[in-house]
Design a protein around this ligand. Structure first.
Ligand SMILES: [Zn+2]
Length: 135
């Protein structure tokens, strides 16, 4: 339950503070299989490393599959460096990924009433138990 609420808060805070410059570049971050995937220009990237300067190097997610060496270096949503890809960008796939991610976020959001409902019931039961113990 804690995890679910925590995830919800994370997603919410991410939505309420979109990076304006990141959007300008069309940088999109989605959550997949517990990790963050960066969508940009039809390519998908996974985090490779973070420099001391705070710059993050993202590498093409097809690196292992097709040995694509495309990378992108980003600091505070600003693209510092890009290296070219040997793979083909797939804009439709990235659009679909964005859509799926939005759907997932909606599903998480819809859990919220369920959580408060659960909490209300839980407190009622607790009070009843306390009463029983007092008698
Ligand atoms: Zn690539």
């Amino acid at each position: 339950m804690y995890l679910l609420i925590h995830t919800h808060i994370l997603l919410f805070s991410e939505e309420s503070s979109p990076g304006p410059s990141g959007e300008k570049y069309g940088l999109k971050y989605i959550n997949r299989k517990g990790g963050t995937v960066l969508l940009y220009a039809g390519y998908q990237f996974t985090k490779k490393c973070t420099y001391k300067s705070g710059a993050i190097v993202w590498e093409c997610h097809l690196r292992k599959k097709t040995k694509c060496t495309g990378t992108i270096t980003i600091r505070q949503n600003q693209i510092l460096k890009e290296t070219s890809h040997s793979c083909t960008p797939d804009f439709d796939k990235n659009l679909l990924e964005c859509y799926m991610d939005k759907c997932k976020k909606k599903i998480v959001s819809s859990y919220e009433p369920a959580i408060s409902d659960f909490n209300a019931k839980y407190h009622k039961i607790l009070k009843k138990l306390e009463k029983l113990e007092g008698e």
